[in-house]
Design a protein around this ligand. Structure first.
Ligand code: ATP
Ligand code: MG
Length: 445
């Protein structure tokens, strides 16, 4: 018979546990005397099944709910004094968090049955989670789709070569994550990873942010300041939204890439900098080059090793794994009775196009986890239609997508009373992205 492992929380130690439950044949029992001790054990190793022997006086009730919420992957069986069940709060807690419960005096055989059942259920869930994790290895980019498997392999190869990398992909698809992964898997992993969003820094400041300045270079420059490129020496610098870098800075960046030295603003001496440049953009850089907004020579320098992060709609097979991971990551925020996600919700997710990609998925899941009123998340909790009507396609796929994007933005702005932050949150994109999309669709704020 294989040994089943049980974590038992008993305030009076193993003697009380034995007196209460009898021997538990076939179980390897670890007894701890408090939730604090149980937390320590669970931080080290996973227990599929837990037994909570209630003190009987209600003195530990405050922390129980928080504890059970944090450790929802363990199936908990509780033992209580019968009169305690008169308390509505405790009844709710049992219904929401426990796999099963018993009243004292405990019927040892019945307890063994419910622990056995909990073990069976925990094993099923563990196998499912393990299967889904196969392929993720130690990468932070989660997914089992061919597209993500290829992306991880591509990053592994590129990381080994010390050359510039250009990451392209839609908003929220994981460009920054890919950039971090390139750094983490490179020889420079122990050095700094410094990120700057070129679209978010005022053009007047970005030069000195990147290259630093000498004292007296401009009003307010009271002392020498190191720039981010210098700070990234020995590591990588991530220039996000590189398409928004002003043209004069594009020239300075090109010089740095060619000569590996920089000048601080107001400085005359060259400073050698050993930083790998990783850039990202959601815009079509070749088009920006054609329109004269981006230097062609810089584009060729930066795009020696391009990485394309696939949109979520191109890898819908990843949805179950990603939702699982998001569910676990934000488990503490969820409404207590929530146990998982319904099949209908997963189906609705698979039908949806995810214009805001993984970030939108995270936002919709977090909102649903807080607002859900049932045991499983429904399509309505995610604000997704149950079964989409099949519309006759009157226009090409590209135009249909564009019209849908425009409608979604318009509706969201209307709902939020033109509040950009609120609409961006609802759509699962950043404010900058929303402004850009509004400009693209000629929507005025
Ligand atoms: N494959 C993935 N596995 C796990 N988490 C992911 C994955 N892809 C993206 N994420 C998560 O989604 C969120 C958005 O990712 P990230 O910030 O890298 O996107 P982005 O493409 O840089 O977005 P933006 O264009 O808005 O800057 C982050 O919380 C990130 O951790
Ligand atoms: Mg980003």
């Amino acid at each position: 018979m294989s040994v089943k492992r049980l974590l038992c929380i008993s305030s009076e130690g193993s003697a009380q546990a034995r007196a209460c439950c009898g021997e538990l044949p076939g179980w390897d029992v670890c007894v701890v005397d408090s939730m604090t001790a149980a937390r320590k054990v669970l931080a080290q190793q996973h227990y599929g099944v837990g037994l909570l022997l209630d003190r009987g006086d209600g003195s530990g009730d405050d922390g129980i709910e928080r504890f059970l919420n944090q450790h929802h992957e363990t199936r908990w069986v509780g033992v209580f004094d019968a009169q305690r069940l008169d308390q509505p709060a405790l009844r709710e807690l049992i219904a929401a968090h426990l796999f099963d419960f018993h009243t004292r005096p405990v019927d040892a055989l019945r307890l063994q049955h419910s622990l056995g059942h909990a073990h069976g259920m925990a094993t099923l869930a563990k196998n499912k989670a393990q299967q889904r994790r196969i392929g993720s290895q130690s990468s932070h980019i989660d997914g089992v789709s061919d597209a993500i498997v290829r992306l991880r392999a591509h990053i592994d190869k590129i990381a080994a070569v010390d050359a510039p990398v250009l990451v392209c992909g839609e908003s929220g698809s994981g460009k920054e994550l890919a950039a971090q992964e390139v750094h983490r898997r490179s020889q420079r992993a122990s050095g700094p990873f410094i990120a700057i969003n070129c679209a978010a820094v005022a053009p007047a400041l970005i030069h000195s942010e990147l290259f630093g300045h000498e004292r007296g270079a401009f009003t307010g420059a009271t002392r020498d300041k190191q720039g981010l490129l210098e700070a990234a020496s020995g590591g990588s610098i991530f220039l996000d939204e590189i398409g928004d870098l002003p043209l004069d800075l594009q020239a300075s960046l090109l010089r740095f890439l060619q000569e590996r030295v920089i000048y601080r603003v107001g400085g005359t001496r060259t400073i050698a900098v050993d930083a790998r440049v990783i850039t990202a953009t959601h815009v079509n850089l070749p088009q920006a080059v054609a329109e004269g907004r981006f230097r062609e020579d810089l584009y060729y320098r930066l795009s020696v090793f391009p990485i394309r992060v696939p949109a979520l709609r191109e890898r819908k097979e990843d949805l179950p794994l990603l939702t699982d991971l998001i569910f676990n990551r934000y488990a503490e925020e969820r409404s207590p009775q929530l146990k998982g996600i319904s099949r209908e919700a997963l189906q609705a997710m698979a039908r949806y196009d995810w214009p805001g990609n993984v970030r939108e998925l995270i936002n919709r899941m977090r909102r649903a986890m807080v607002l859900a009123e049932h045991r499983l998340i429904t399509p309505a909790d995610l604000d997704l239609p149950t079964a989409g009507p099949i519309c006759p396609v009157k226009e090409g796929l590209g135009s249909s997508r564009l019209s849908a994007e425009k409608v979604a933005i318009g509706e969201s702005l209307a709902r939020s009373g033109n509040n950009i932050s609120q609409a961006a949150r609802e759509l699962g994109v950043s404010r900058m992205t929303l402004y850009r999309l509004m400009a693209k669709h000629s929507i005025s704020p």
